[in-house]
Write a protein that binds this ligand. Sequence first.
Ligand code: XMP
Length: 507
Amino acid sequence: MDKIVVLDFGSQYSHLICRRIREFSVYAELVPYNISYEELQKLNPTGIIFSGGPSSVYNSDAPIPENKIFDMNLPLLGICYGHQLIVNNYGGKVKRANKEYGSSLLTIDDDADLLNGIGESVRAWMSHGDEAEQIPDGFKVIGHTENAKAAAIASEKKSIYGIQFHPEVVHTEQGTSILKNFVLTVCGAKQDWTMKNFIDTAVEKIAKIEGNVLCGVSGGIDSTVVALLIDKAIGDRLKCVFVNNGLLRLNEEEEIAKMFKDNFKVNFTAVDASNVFLEKLKGIEDPEAKRKIIGEEFVQVFTEFAEEKGPFKWLAQGTLYPDVIESGVSKGPASVIKSHHNVGGLPDWLNLEILEPLRDLYKDEVRKIAKILKVPEKLFMRHPFPGPGLAVRIIGEVTPTKLEISKVASKIVEDELIKAGLYQKVWQAYAAVGDDRAVGVVGDERKYGNIVMIRVVDSIDAMTADWTRLPHELLEKMSNRITNEIQDVTWVTYTISSKPPATIEPQ
Ligand code: XMP
C-alpha cells in the first residue's frame, strides 16, 4: 500500500493532513518529527510531509528532523513551519514577520504541478509569525500573498515543495486539490486505502497472533467492530465481556446484551460491576481522577474475568486515532487534553497485551467498516459514548441523584431528536448535570433544584465540534419534558460553546 508519512512538528492541524489524504483513499500516517531515519525508512513512504508547528526555525530548541531525512530523495511537502524548515535547510533565509492569522488571498504564479488546476487565486488559511525572506537556490516562487512573497515555493527537479498556508483546513479553498496534486501527481501514490482493504489486512494480521483474546465490548460501534474483526480472524479464541459500570445510558445494559445475542455469533458475557464502580467514585470530583479510577476498575474486572475464564494473552479495545492523539501518547508534541481511559490510563500491573486494531482510524472510517461487516444500522448510527460514561457528563461527584438526572434527561434529549428526525444529523447529544442549583416555582411553591445542561454538537471526527443550532421549539419541548418528568430539576440550559475552546464532554 502506498503511504504518505506526515512528520508532526506540533501543529494543532497535523492530524488533519492525514485525514484529508485518507479521504481520497491514500493511506497517511502521522509520526513524531524526531522519528529516526531508519524507522522512517522502515515505513517505506511514497512521500513525506512536514506539518506546521508553533516553533521558529532559528530558535536553538527548534524541532528539527534527522538530517538524512532531507536526503531520502522522496517527494517532500512542507506546510507552514515545515515550509520554513525546507527554506532553512536548503540555504534560504527565514525571518520573523508580522503575524498573519486567518484567510489571505493566495495568487498563483506557476501552476505546473502542486498548484495545478487551482485557478488564478484562492483564499488560503494562514497561521504564522515567520516567513521565507530568501528562498534557496534551485527553488522558485509558485504562489504569493500580500504579506508572504514566498507563500508557495517549489524545486520541481527535486520534487520538494513548501507552502506557508494550511491546505488541510477547510478554510483554504482548493486545499484538498493542492494535497491531491502533491500526493497523486508529485508522489504518484495509488488510491488503494479502502476500508475493504483495511479489513483484509487487519484480519490477516490478527490471525497470526497466538493465544486467546479477551475483548471489552461497550455496545458502541468501535468495540463491536473490533470484536467482529477478531472473530473473523480467530473465532473461538475470542471472548467478549461487557461491563456494566453503573454509568451507562438508561436501560443500556439490557439493550446491549440483546443486541449481541440477536445479531452476532461471538461469545458474549455481561458482568454487573456497577456497585463497585459507584462505590469507588464516591467523593471523587476531579475529572481525571474519575477517569483513572474507572480505567483501573475496568482493567480489574477484565483481570478477574481472565483469571476465572482464561487463560488469555490479549486484551482488545476499540481505541481510535483521536483517542491516541488527545491522550498524548502518540509521542508527538501535541499536549494531553484528556486521558481517555483506554489509552492514557492503563495501569502498570495489567497482565495482558493490548490489541487495538482500530488505533489508526477515524470514526467515519470505522462506520464504513461497520457497514461492510453488516453491523445493524441501529447500532452504528448510535452516537459515540465515552468509555467513562456518565461520570464525564456529571460535573463533580457522581451521586445517585445526578446519575438519575443525567440518564433520564439524556434519554429525553435523544428521544426528542429522534422524533424531530435530527438524531442522525448531529454528532452527540446528551444532558449533563453538576452541583449548581437554581430556584424554581412548582405549584406555587418555591423549589430548589438542579440545573441541567443540554449539549448537542456537530462534528466530523470529535477533534473539533460546533454546537448545533436546534430549533427553539425543539429545545423548549426538551426543557419542558425534563422539568416535568424529573422532580429534581428546576432549570434547563443549552450549551453554546464550540470545541475549541470547550470540549465535547464537560469533564
Ligand atoms: P472531548 O470531550 O475530549 O471528547 O471533546 C471527544 C470525543 O471523545 C469522547 N470521550 C471519551 N471517550 N474515553 C472515551 O472512550 C474518555 O475518557 C472520553 N472522553 C471523551 C467524547 O464522547 C467525544 O466523542
